[in-house]
Design a protein around this ligand. Sequence first.
Ligand SMILES: [Ca+2]
Ligand SMILES: [Ca+2]
Length: 342
Amino acid sequence: MKIIAYILVWLSFTQSNGATESCGCSKLNREQSQDKAQLLHRVCEQKSRSAHSHYRDYYGEMEQELEPEIEGMSLIPGGIFTVGTNKPHFHADREGPERQEKLNDFYLDKYEVSNDAFSIFVEATNYTTEAEHFGDSFMFKTLLGADEQKAMEHLRVASAPWWYKVSGVSWRHPNGKDKGLEGLGQHPVVHVTWRDAVAYCTWIGKRLPSEAEWEVACRGGKERKLFPWGNKLMPREQHWLNIWQGDFPEGNLAEDGFEFTCPVDAFRQNAFDLYNMVGNVWEWTADLWDTNDVSESPNRVKKGGSYLCHKSYCYRYRCAARSQNTEDSSAGNLGFRCAKDA
Ligand SMILES: [Ca+2]
Ligand SMILES: [Ca+2]
């Protein structure tokens, strides 16, 4: 078993001014990774193009602008956009300052990649995820019984003790080694590493979005908005995303209807017809956290927050918010969606 050393000190998750707040999501990193060349070779071996071509529909022949539509994807118009924020909540995350990004038109999946979609990939390629290779992944405490938590105390993440590194947990067994995917087919695939995400997107003829693409898509054609739909968390007193209500890490009230993940089509969030951009599961992007990082398993940027986020300790379900994990890390609240050049 890989030995994990967690060097970051947990400072506080109670109400504070931000820079040191954390839900621990960025600490779920494997200290050691398998040989990258070996993995890339395996990915290459398993890679093949999707058997099905994307369905393209062209709006009526009389339309002046005929916009191709790829099933399950939204066309995001390019341009010059403001990303980041001059009002960062987490300075240490480098949310700011604002900057201008020029983007070409691109497509983005409307939904996080589901277990059903990932299953098709695995069946077609016989792909083995990294969590399956390592034999474990990070699971949230309330998915474990009291006895299990006690027995596995030594497997907690020191700086975020609500995360347990549990044997047998993988995308096939997201909620424990003895539990499968029953009822979770349309829920996002989790316990997938950045490399697993790249393998899936490549296989299906897509790619991971850049952070700027993800953030521009998140804002749905608006600028400087906190959330995909605007600045108010709950317009019309409705829940617009799957996050945590109640006290963390105990007492999730699940007022939005979901204690853990929700179906990938549960919350439509903006005019681009994108779902669960913020909340539900974190989403890998293509970008390095530090562009100078040449380590074997560098940190990659992830966006959107997850069902475990609450404003009091992890106010990261904003378009400008960001966090990171090493490429070979996986957890029960981390998934992805794919992009494609237009
Ligand atoms: Ca929830
Ligand atoms: Ca999400």
